[in-house]
Design a protein around this ligand. Structure first.
Ligand code: IPM
Ligand code: MG
Length: 357
């Protein structure tokens, strides 16, 4: 029997509500497909700061490294905003990404047919959207040095550094090429090379790496234009390759095409160790504990974990099908309420999905 070790980081806000559903789904699938899955839950984010004074404690990072995959819900709460930056939940997330060398963040944006009317964009604009954002995750302005505050002047100043070396750009480009080769061989690299040196290096390096693959169709776009095009004609995109900050912004934007940010899963991968699988949305403190969150992004992240992290393809596909079935029966969570559906609580939605598996 195949045995897997999964580290579960439920984190903050709606995290525990949505991750409970993933546990149930994994239990059911392990019985159905005859594999054993050992889930170890660890403190991470604000809750870890409260218990252990560190949003990414060493014990948690060690457990993640020793696992086959990490399933993460979400971290953060406004109540931690006043903490020194290194103690904030978001810093814990960056520490985890960096400690596991998760340089490649994969964010698929796919329209689910039953949700065609749920997007704020018109149906005709979004109906053929199927794209993937490939975001560099452990470099760029998120991690660049130097950074900080200058307190020597009368004027307050703060700064960050947006920096990439060609190795960092090469390896994320290789990931985008691999994904593009499984799809329609189209990559759009997004940068701001009309203004930024770092983006010029990005553009030049992407061109160099992709030119080795003659079948690839590479285009380049400035990030401001890419934001506009994503709203104007999103189906022109297939693989979007971009840096850390631009990928952060564009993936939230792209999420709205699907109807709700509560629908978007992601995978963060390294070349060697376990990946982290997590919804793109945050911890939504405003609705935490109310049992109204949309668990689907978390459920789909669980599917990505099974597929990419554990190579349990059939089990992963079961989840996708179950989600589509539930949606096509007209069940929605509140974020997708269009006045013409049956609105379920978070746990009810979880039960419906589990029933379909
Ligand atoms: C994301 C999030 C994180 C990021 C935050 C929570 C640090 O917005 O995963 O997109 O900016 O990367
Ligand atoms: Mg983000």
């Amino acid at each position: 029997m195949k045995r897997y070790k999964v580290a579960l980081l439920s984190g903050d806000g709606i995290g525990p509500e949505i991750s409970g559903i993933s546990i149930e789904i994994l239990k059911k699938l392990s019985q159905k497909y005859g594999f054993d899955i050992e889930i170890k839950e660890e403190y991470f984010g604000g809750i870890a700061y409260e218990r252990l004074n560190d949003p990414a404690p060493k014990a948690t990072l060690d457990q993640c490294k020793a696992s086959d995959a990490v399933l993460l819900a979400c971290v953060g709460d406004v109540k931690y905003d006043a903490l020194p930056r290194e103690l904030r939940p978001e810093s814990g997330l960056l520490k985890l990404r960096s400690a596991l060398n998760l340089f490649a963040n994969i964010r698929p944006v796919k329209i689910r047919k039953p949700l065609l009317d749920s997007s704020s964009l018109k149906k005709e604009i979004i109906e053929n959207v199927d794209l993937v954002v490939v975001r560099e995750l452990i470099g760029g302005i998120y991690f660049g040095q130097p950074k900080g505050h200058i307190i020597d002047t009368k004027l307050k100043k703060a700064f960050n550094t947006m920096v990439y070396d060609s190795n960092e750009i090469e390896r994320i480009t290789e990931v985008a090429i691999k994904i593009a080769n499984q799809r329609s061989k189209k990559i759009c690299s997004v940068d701001k090379s009309n203004v930024l040196e770092v983006s010029q290096l990005w553009r030049d390096t992407v061109l160099e790496v992709t030119s080795k693959d003659k079948d690839l169709n590479l285009s380049n776009m400035y990030v401001d234009n890419a934001a506009m095009q994503l709203v104007k004609d999103p189906s022109q995109f297939d693989v979007i390759l971009t840096s850390n900050l631009f990928g952060d912004i564009l993936s939230d934007l792209a999420a709205m095409i699907t109807g709700s940010i509560g629908m978007l899963p992601s995978a963060s991968l390294s070349n060697i160790g376990p990946g982290v699988f997590e919804p793109v949305h945050g911890s939504a403190p405003d609705i935490a504990g109310k049992n109204i969150a949309n668990p689907i992004a978390m459920v789909l992240s669980t599917s990505m974990m099974l597929k990419i992290g554990l190579n349990e393809i059939e089990a992963a596909d079961d989840i996708e099908i179950a989600v589509d079935n539930v949606l096509s029966k007209g069940y929605r969570t509140a974020d997708l309420d269009n006045g013409n559906c049956q609105v379920l609580s978070c746990s009810e939605m979880g039960k419906k999905i589990i029933q379909e598996i």
